[in-house]
Design a protein around this ligand. Sequence first.
Ligand SMILES: Nc1ncnc2c1ncn2[C@@H]1O[C@H](COP(=O)(O)OP(=O)(O)O)[C@@H](O)[C@H]1O
Ligand SMILES: [Mg+2]
Length: 271
Amino acid sequence: MEVAGDGAQARIVLKDLTKIYGGGSGSEVPAVDTVSFDVREGEFVALIGPSGCGKSTILNMVAGLIPISGGEILIDERPVVTGTPTPKVGYVFQRDTVYPWRTVRKNIGLGLELNGVPKAERERQVAEIVGRAGLDGFEDAFPITLSGGMRQRVSLMRTLIMRPEILLMDEPFGALDTHTKLEMHKLLLEIWNQEQQTVVFVTHDLGEALTLSDKIIVLSARPGRLKEIFDVPFERPRDAVSLRETPEFSALFSKIWHSLGEEFRRTSAEG
Ligand SMILES: Nc1ncnc2c1ncn2[C@@H]1O[C@H](COP(=O)(O)OP(=O)(O)O)[C@@H](O)[C@H]1O
Ligand SMILES: [Mg+2]
């Protein structure tokens, strides 16, 4: 097992990870450029950077959904193989990916169903997680009747019910209004406190990154390069609302904002 600086085990290791899309007739898009970092067991890492800097690309490569162009990715010391999903890994996408023709119960239970878990056991697990997500009473509702926040809860729970040890999240709350987003932060912190998954959370929202993570990795404007890594030393368990009102939060926010701001300006200057 690769050992990170403080002795904890590194579960995810990126070494000089590079991605160039396209190729052939001069249409190459360099998206990610020699990015290296480790994520330790039980660590919550936020990956932040301006739009188009390669955040989703990195996550998709870690998930084995798209091939890498250079460098390497190891999960528990094994190279990720494109197209071979790792059962330990759960992925929550930016857009809620609930199936409109399935009820809440059937959406959340989908993974268990595909894995052949018997109905009674499936229903027991779904009932438990529905309670945790505050979706009681909506088990038989179809997604169209739910708010955006509730649909994203369904998406989240559908992933969490599979008990992933590693959780990849791509701006999962990006489409939600501020209030609903804070509610989701509370829920996620609660779940993470109990289960301590190893998390890579992609966002362009610095407040969100500070609220949730142990470590913030700032990427440069496209092609994404590692710019700076910040530790987030706030004690846990955290309260998603009151944390934001502390002077420590404001101080760290300002510090990272400066680093990040340069990259956002580069992105808008490019047009
Ligand atoms: N399938 C693709 N083919 C070509 N270019 C792509 C593809 N997917 C993403 N890109 C480009 O790669 C860059 C990084 O994209 P992405 O990883 O989606 O950024 P982010 O998630 O940080 O907004 C962008 O310039 C985007 O246009
Ligand atoms: Mg993205």
